[in-house]
Write a protein that binds this ligand. Structure first.
Ligand SMILES: CC(C)(COP(=O)(O)OP(=O)(O)OC[C@H]1O[C@@H](n2cnc3c(N)ncnc32)[C@H](O)[C@@H]1OP(=O)(O)O)[C@@H](O)C(=O)NCCC(=O)NCCS
Length: 166
């Protein structure tokens, strides 16, 4: 698969100016920008707090081992506008690869102009291209705007309850 690719279709294809945004697979050089984006995300999420060293370690665990998953990034020129993290696992129920979608975040200065839609559509296209049979994600119960955003792409709320240790 080429490093850079574009989503095929869907709600992302909404405005001409969005075409200058480019989606690619994250590399080591993206880590500082990714940490900034994760800082925005974890500052707002109820169960997490930003921690730079943890974020760097976690990002390396994915970027250095592409068999574990794929981080897609959205650039506009040299600016990193957004990211999405797609982690592979296997479902015995579905008999194959499924994806856990994490770390969907767009820089606060660039929201509500289609960047998130473009990233999510690219993630869905990518998941299909690698034979993924389901995408699962977690979102804060109070994050109604994110839930509306995901629902526009066909995601539904699961009847299952997430549990954690610790
Ligand atoms: C959720 C998130 C990723 C969406 O990213 P985004 O770039 O704002 O997404 P989009 O611009 O594609 O769509 C957001 C809204 O802007 C609207 N929009 C898109 N392009 C637009 C434009 N050119 N002009 C005006 N509105 C536009 C969309 O219709 C959408 O409306 P909605 O409120 O009905 O959903 C972003 O808000 C974010 O990073 N939030 C904080 C982190 C977060 O909560 N992540 C999810 C964790 S599970």
């Amino acid at each position: 698969m080429p490093k850079r690719f574009l989503p095929q279709q869907g709600p992302a294809a909404i405005a001409p100016h969005i075409e200058i945004m480019e989606i690619s697979k994250a590399t080591q050089e993206d880590i500082p920008g990714l940490c900034e984006l994760l800082g925005f995300l974890f500052a707002q999420e109820a169960e997490f707090q930003p921690d730079l060293s943890m974020q760097i370690a976690g990002l390396r665990e994915i970027i250095d081992f592409p068999e574990r998953g794929q981080i897609l990034v959205l650039h506009e020129g040299t600016s990193l506008l957004g990211m999405i993290n797609l982690l592979y696992t296997v479902s015995t129920a579905l008999g194959g690869r499924v994806i856990l979608l994490e770390d969907m975040v767009v820089h606060p200065d660039h929201r509500r102009r289609g960047a998130g839609s473009k990233l999510l559509q690219a993630a869905i296209d990518f998941a299909k291209s690698v034979g993924c049979r389901r995408i699962t994600l977690l979102t804060d119960q109070t994050n109604k705007s994110a839930q509306r955003f995901y629902k526009r792409f066909g995601f539904t709320i699961s009847k299952m309850v997430p549990m954690r240790l610790p």
